[in-house]
Design a protein. Structure first.
Length: 132
């Protein structure tokens, strides 16, 4: 028998449980990192697909500077007409979401948090007020 302190059964059990807790905490951290990485990949994939489609449908936007492109988007997307289309599409998504079930939504259909606003007065593509 080695010289030194004897370890009791309860101490061994406690040490074993503490080690298991450390392993589980590390596994949790690793899984969180993997989830964040997958979310970044999904977002990058979504952005590439959507901008690819955008440039395919509107190739004249390709040579625009960043500022010109931003102005183009602001003046076309922030119209009442665009708002009605988007509201209709998001309403369709909301209506079909319960039917899909909690875990059956496709990865490409991940919904970002709603950040759209309804401005009090919206401008048309030429900067004039839009008739509702």
């Amino acid at each position: 028998m080695p010289l030194g302190r004897c370890v009791t059964q309860s101490e061994l059990r406690r040490l074993s449980i503490e080690e298991e807790i450390r392993q589980l905490e590390n596994k949790k951290k690793r899984l969180i990192q993997e989830q964040k990485e997958q979310e970044r990949k999904d977002r990058t994939n979504r952005l590439c697909k959507r901008m690819g489609l955008f440039e395919k449908l509107l190739p004249d936007t390709i040579p625009l500077t960043e500022e010109q492109f931003k102005t183009f988007l602001e003046q076309t997307v922030l119209t009442e007409h665009s708002r009605r289309i988007l509201d209709g599409l998001t309403a369709q998504n909301a209506a079909t979401a319960p039917a899909q079930g909690a875990g059956t939504a496709g990865r490409d259909n991940t919904q970002p948090a709603a950040k759209t606003a309804h401005p009090a007065q919206e401008g048309g593509a030429d900067g004039s007020a839009v008739q509702g």
